[in-house]
Design a binder for this molecule. Structure first.
Ligand code: AMP
Ligand code: MG
Length: 396
């Protein structure tokens, strides 16, 4: 490990290597969590016609009085007749306001409603009428390229009549977890073995980043097995995530295997705690992250480096998870390394407040429970005092 680089420098290197993948047409039903790869322009006004905001009577605005009821306009079934002064049409919420009418009197405000006549109070032009295009105008761009598609975005796309959207292809990810000590949950635990948590935590993070998991596999600490697993992963993955085995011990085979496979090292080692032994490289457009084995380090480095790459590959903003918070408790600084401190967040009048979840060892995975953000505490001496503002990385 030569001189360590900082978090921002490491992110810059990762993002420089992450070129957006192609796009594909995706049915709205499948598009939740995807990233939009087009500017979505509406071809129509929404609402498409002048409609009623209330159940009541469509009338010509004026002083009020007794009106003859000449028909009905229901949602989806417009009235056939024109409304003249002295007449009214019964109308439902969302129904087309008939020709001639320019106001709606709510049902609660009419008197002696009989089927053929109704008595209405004075009403202003435009009352309880929704004009065409009040929500969206024809020609308006309602969603921009790079937008994350959530429930509201899907609803708006449907409201302008789009059955499908052009979306960024999901990055295909293989997660490889290395270590002879690792057992799968459900298996018996041999002496010296531990249950593997990284495979599950990392595949969860992959899913949350909107990527598509091709495989999760456990790999023995052997040169050949490591080489083989990486070779197969590099055939079909856009991004390979390896945990553990990346250091320089006699049983760490990941870096030599990647070198043999032609994956070019872009950085090795970050001035970050936890997460110093982090490796990143590329072969063509394929990206490889060698993350530390310690469970917290693996999750932290995924969040700080792999997640922005997965966003950039989809054309989304890799910085969308950054914010700022006030530190509620003093945190000892680390002399040479920036720290990612797992924090609970509370919203107060002056913004987010962050409080460490508890002991912060890189093996204390329970420190991630309840953590809504990583507080990025700059390197230095002494402590960062309570009340100081820090950059935070939101966990999702
Ligand atoms: P390594 O990076 O392979 O040297 O591993 C560093 C530490 O992380 C060791 O204590 C490993 O036992 C532990 N570790 C590695 N992989 C996992 C895993 N999948 N789940 C839990 N702990 C792990
Ligand atoms: Mg290991």
């Amino acid at each position: 490990m030569a001189a360590l680089i900082g978090i921002e420098e490491a992110r810059r290197i990762v993002l420089a290597a992450a070129r957006p993948l192609g796009a594909e047409e995706v049915a709205l039903e499948q598009a939740l969590g995807r990233v939009l790869a087009e500017d979505l322009e509406s071809g129509l006004d929404v609402p498409p016609f002048r409609s009623s905001a209330m159940d009541g009577y469509a009338v010509v605005a004026g002083p009020g009085g007794e009106l003859r009821v000449i028909g009905e306009s229901r949602a989806g079934r417009p009235a056939e007749r024109r409304v003249e002064r002295g007449t009214a049409v019964r109308i439902s919420t969302g129904a087309l306001v008939p020709e001639g009418a320019d106001a709606v009197v709510p049902i609660e405000r009419v008197e002696a409603a009989r089927s053929e006549a109704v008595s209405v109070p004075a009403v202003q032009p435009g009352a309880n009428v929704r004009e065409a295009g009040e929500d969206v105008r024809a020609g308006q761009v309602v969603l921009r390229r790079g937008a994350a598609l959530g429930p509201a975005e899907l609803g708006v796309a449907a409201s302008v009549g789009r059955p499908s959207l052009r979306c960024a292809r999901r990055p295909r990810v293989v997660v490889l977890v290395t270590g002879d000590e690792l057992a799968e949950p459900g298996e018996p635990l041999a002496p010296g073995a531990i249950y593997s948590s990284n495979g599950f935590a990392l595949t969860g993070q992959v899913a949350r980043a909107g990527a598509s998991l091709l495989r999760r596999a456990n790999v023995r600490d052997a040169a050949e097995a490591t080489h083989e697993a990486l070779a197969v992963a590099l055939e079909d993955a856009d991004v390979v995530i390896v945990s553990g085995g990346v250091s320089v011990g006699p049983h760490d085979h990941v870096k030599p295997a990647l070198r043999e496979l032609g994956v070019e090292e872009r950085f090795w080692g970050v001035a970050l705690k936890p997460g110093k032994p982090t490796w990143f490289g590329a072969r063509g457009a394929r990206l490889v992250f060698g993350l530390p084995g310690n469970p917290v380090s693996a999750m932290v480095t995924f969040q700080l480096f792999a997640r922005p790459a997965l966003a950039a590959l989809q054309g989304a903003d890799p910085g969308a998870t950054r914010a700022e918070a006030v530190l509620d408790r003093a945190v000892p600084r680390s002399p040479g390394r920036e720290q990612a401190v797992r924090c609970r967040l509370t919203a107060r009048a002056d913004g987010w407040h962050a409080e460490p979840t508890g002991p912060q060892g890189s093996h204390v995975l329970t420190s991630m429970l309840g953590a809504a953000a990583l507080a990025l505490v700059p390197a230095g001496d002494g402590e960062l005092a309570a009340g100081e503002r820090v950059a935070i990385e939101m966990l999702t």
